[in-house]
Design a protein around this ligand. Sequence first.
Ligand code: PMP
Length: 334
Amino acid sequence: MSELRYHGIAGHIGKTPLIRLQALSEVTGCEILGKAEFMNPGGSVKDRAAQGIIDDAEAKGFLKPGATIVEGTAGNTGIGLTVVGHSKGYQTVIVIPETQSPEKISLLRTLGAEVITVPEKPYSDPGNYNHVAQRLAKEKGWFWANQFDNLANRHAHYCTTGPEMWEQTKGNVDAFVASVGTGGTLAGTALYLKEKNPNVAVVCADPYGAAMWSWFTQGNGETKDGDSVAEGIGQTRITKNLEGIVVDKAYRITDQAAVTIVNQLLRQEGLFLGLSSGINIAGAVRFARESGPGKTIVTILCDSGHKYQSKLYNPSWLQDRKLDPNLPIDSLWA
Ligand code: PMP
């Protein structure tokens, strides 16, 4: 048989471009580079985790043909599990907090997932979306993806995101910046990069209302005041995926800083991004300004703005939350 040259979508997750953020690179004197994860088939960085979790479950015999996968997700993991799942003959049931963008919820339904919306509850509450998914898996005999504590998640980033960044920068990378949902992206990529070069700075960009800044700078999760409208990030506990990693720096990033960045990138560079990308880029800019020119800083462009047109890109929605899309970029360091 001749060598297989073409692949279905499962063969096209990852290998995303590394895009230079032009204006922010110029103004800081650093190379600020974003991994274009919105170009994955399901439109986000979570396609990698979804594929890693499915492959791992198949290898361990947890997924049999025609099986149903259930997961609690802010949306993107559900989209990833559904597209990868369809390519392998699995059905998905997605439990999602009703506060997530209507675009993600309707997209999941269009893709063919069974979607269960639940009120937003903290992790300590049995009604939290993750616990609902876990209970459903037990009752129905479905496979629970368990992205927060399933190490196949970070392993996917260790095997793909980290090596791709290393190759794309030819090993010339000074810092890697990421925010945390499950922590899979931050941890898996950081583990790989630190293995290649322990001097690569691993930087966490944290929204308000989350406790990662507190964990990584104070060793406890006590500081988690404030709030953020960013979806898919904002963790308060050390998930299994975060255990044992070294984080050199952490910053708290305001939603306004992220809103300023995503609007500037859209209008000046044609990059249309979600808010977690803005939080990540704001972290990269903070690191650039602290460390001075000449550094190469890589971050994650997690998903695109298409999923947030009714919120983040809706002027009246922003106004109600006292967020201004028109602030000049200089306001970031004023
Ligand atoms: N940004 C978005 C938009 C996401 O959906 C997620 C995943 N929930 C993240 C960032 C964070 O990725 P991770 O789960 O790997 O920490």
